[in-house]
Design a protein around this ligand. Structure first.
Ligand code: 4AD
Ligand code: MG
Length: 497
């Protein structure tokens, strides 16, 4: 058995492929089967004269997603998907599929999500999962290459570390436990044992928000390093993101093409230094006249673009009547593109006034909302690291600066409107200060005693951060919702399949 990804090694030779029918059409004495085998997609051509009667019958009995075995000769063909074509000598059906619910026509997202177990087979979904896999591999490669030890934090925990409003509570025999919102507190203990560690595991938040950035179950990568200050923490995160983006650009060319991802912006991320500024500087940008003007100009250029697109549509529609068949197909395709773009423009035009209002009236001390992040990031083509946050809106464990008003936290915002992908900080290392914080926040000191021990026995300055895997996948793939970045997403209102 040969895998489609390896066809280049078998040009002009006979191979046997096992897989599924992705697409299928017949014309007289030829059957064209687009076959997928998990490793790739290739076109198989069955000519009536080249195969036995049984094989010809088998080929004609096929339906979308039927499983099959094909034997044939590999031909190099520039114009074919993947650069090869199979000239078939035998077809064996493994199972003729029932009518497959996901057809090449368009489906609504709810329908596709309900069929997620099947939707995973579609090209774009397949490509996104492969990019996710490469990102995971790149993260491990990066940290392992620097001598970090991967360690696992528990999922059942008694500690709420990231606020009490998003906890999933569960019975733990006579006790109650939470599903971990973060592995960080355990990460700190492990860093005191191993110096530089990272966790890579599922985390849970009862997020009551239905946004394109929120899941209730997501995967987080949390490095924690003894003797790192905020600056070193930022440098590490920047190096990591650059390494991840570079590796994906190198290894996932075909997947990014399938996803129609603009790779130029990713290349910039791999090459250019990230932007860094304090929260206060970011607020100044957000509330500035320049930002308001930029949004006005953006609205104006969107309106103009819409007028131009509508004019173009009118013209090609006129042409449609007399056009040749191939041109008609081209026109239909273009009309679809125009309509998608116009929808996007209309959404932007509805949003821009809201964004402008929210940015202009932003008050120092608040957390950035999704739209504030979007507006801020319109001005940058690389990630932005925001530091020195108002302490009130950040977690109790963050170290503060000398004014005691600002937390030495860092958030990294992705370009192109993908929002916060990293949250981290330097940690408070003083026992007394932490005890005060825990009391101030009304946290149960008893469950934090073990954590306080880390400050009793050889406390050192240390730092770490958490990278949200799904948001990173969504950004690198250019997907507009995190639900397509994980095989089986868990969100408010979705527990199946
Ligand atoms: O900013 P957060 O809440 O930070 C922490 O949990 C720290 N304890 C991490 C650390 O310092 N070790 O979450 C970190 C990242 C966010 O930047 C975001 O990318 C992701 O986790 N994230 C989510 N992703 C998807 N759905 C959600 N509901 C998410 N909440 C956070
Ligand atoms: Mg955060």
């Amino acid at each position: 058995m040969t895998y489609i990804k390896d066809l280049a090694d078998h040009v002009d030779n006979q191979v046997t492929l096992k897989g599924w029918v992705y697409n299928f059409r017949s014309s007289g004495s030829l059957v064209f089967i687009e076959m997928r085998d998990g490793s790739g997609l290739t076109q198989c051509v069955v000519a009536k004269d080249d195969v036995s009667e049984d094989a010809w019958e088998a080929a004609n009995s096929l339906k979308q997603e039927s499983s099959l075995e094909i034997t044939g000769t590999v031909k190099a063909d520039e114009r074919s998907i993947g650069g090869h074509e199979i000239h078939v000598s035998d077809v064996k059906v493994i199972q003729v599929a029932e009518n497959y619910p996901i057809t090449p026509k368009e489906h609504g997202v709810e329908f596709l999500m309900n069929n997620r177990h099947l939707w995973l087979r579609s090209q774009r979904q397949w490509a996104a999962m492969r990019v996710r896999n490469e990102i995971i591999f790149a993260i491990h490669t990066f940290f392992q290459g620097r001598g970090f030890v991967q360690m696992d934090s528990p999922i059942f925990t008694g500690n709420a570390a990231e606020g009490s409003t998003t906890l999933f509570e569960t019975d733990y025999f006579e006790d109650k436990a939470y599903l971990a919102q973060t592995g960080q507190l355990y990460g700190e203990a492990m860093a005191m044992a191993h110096g530089q560690i990272y966790t890579f595991g599922p985390t849970f938040r009862a997020e009551k928000s239905k946004t394109r950035r929120h899941l209730t179950e997501f995967w987080m990568i949390e490095p924690e390093m003894a003797f790192y200050d905020l600056e070193m923490n930022m440098d590490l995160a920047e190096d990591m993101l650059k390494a991840v983006v570079s590796q994906v650009l190198e290894k996932c060319k075909m997947e990014l093409e399938t996803l129609e991802r603009d790779v130029e912006t990713l290349q910039k991320v791999a090459e250019k230094p990230f932007e860094r500024m304090t929260y206060s500087e970011a607020v100044d940008i957000l509330t500035s006249e320049d930002t308001a003007n930029m949004l006005d100009e953006m609205a104006e250029s969107r309106r103009q673009e819409k007028i131009d697109l509508e004019k173009e549509e009118e013209e090609i529609r006129k042409e449609h009547g007399q056009a040749k068949k191939w041109r008609k197909t081209q026109i239909d395709q273009r009309i679809k593109e125009i309509s998608a773009r116009v929808d996007q423009i209309e959404e932007d035009l509805r949003n821009i006034p809201k964004w402008k209002e929210s940015a202009k009236n932003f008050e120092w001390g608040n957390d950035f909302g999704g739209s504030d992040e979007t507006v801020l990031m319109m001005q940058f083509d690389v990630p932005l690291i925001v530091t020195h946050w108002p302490a009130e809106i950040k977690a109790f464990y963050m170290k503060r600066d000398e004014t005691d008003k600002l937390a030495l936290g860092m958030d990294i915002l992705a370009p192109e409107g993908y929002g916060e992908i990293v949250g981290g900080s330097q940690r408070e290392e003083s026992l007394e200060v932490l005890e005060e914080r825990i009391a101030e926040e009304g946290l149960d000191k008893e469950v934090f005693e073990w954590y306080l021990d880390l400050r009793r026995f050889g406390s050192v300055p240390h730092s770490g951060y958490g990278l949200g895997l799904e948001r990173t996948v969504s950004w690198i793939c250019g997907l507009n919702h995190v639900r397509e970045t994980i095989p089986f997403p868990r969100m408010m209102g979705r527990l199946t399949p």
